[in-house]
Design a protein around this ligand. Structure first.
Ligand SMILES: Cc1cc2nc3c(=O)[nH]c(=O)nc-3n(C[C@H](O)[C@H](O)[C@H](O)COP(=O)(O)O)c2cc1C
Length: 162
């Protein structure tokens, strides 16, 4: 079958050359953890260690993130990429995408995945709204490399989508 989508513009193709990683962003709510697959994540400071996470304005967990003031990032690699599956498909009533995964609680109580390559626990230090995303800055308060390995690198042919 041929791809009927129009060719991405030069701008979109150029944007797609910005490499991203793959992460599972998690946020605690009174009803348990929520999360989403995130690729717009970047380290933006050393002292204190700081990361930025761009959250789509329509993304469900955004309000929970704002009210909890914390988020965690599970850094994915090839062996842990299966974690993403449950976050994309509709699940039967009562099931969550966290079911069936070994979870770990950080010192602050954030939920991270035991099978992820690494994780980072963050306290929100600010945010900046820009277009369709809110860039949330997080000071990394705890982090663990759980095993040796290479993080996933997410490359896109069209930078105007994830
Ligand atoms: C590879 C990939 C990377 C993504 N990165 C982000 C991101 O950095 N920020 C964000 O808010 N959403 C991101 N998303 C979208 C969320 O994961 C989204 O919740 C998920 O695609 C489900 O879509 P829905 O919320 O429309 O049901 C990404 C999606 C994919 C497939």
């Amino acid at each position: 079958m041929t791809d009927s989508r129009p060719d991405p513009s030069p701008l979109a193709r150029a944007l797609g050359r910005i490499p991203c990683g793959l992460f599972l962003a998690t946020v605690e709510t009174p009803d348990g953890p929520v999360g989403f697959v995130a690729s717009f994540v970047q380290q933006v400071g050393f002292e204190p260690p700081t990361v930025a996470l761009a959250v789509g304005k329509a993304r469900g967990p955004l309000e929970a993130l704002r009210s909890s003031g914390r988020f965690a990032l599970s850094v994915l690699d090839k062996p842990s990429s299966g974690i993403m599956g449950g976050f994309f498909k509709p699940l039967p009533e009562g099931q969550t995408p966290f079911d069936g995964h070994e979870l770990h609680r950080t010192g602050s109580g954030s939920t991270v995945f035991a099978s992820a390559l690494a994780w980072l626990d963050c306290t929100v230090s600010g945010e900046h709204e820009t277009g369709d995303h809110v860039v949330v800055f997080g000071v990394v308060t705890e982090g663990v490399l759980q095993r040796e390995g290479d993080p996933s690198v997410h490359l896109r042919s069209n930078g105007l989508g994830y």
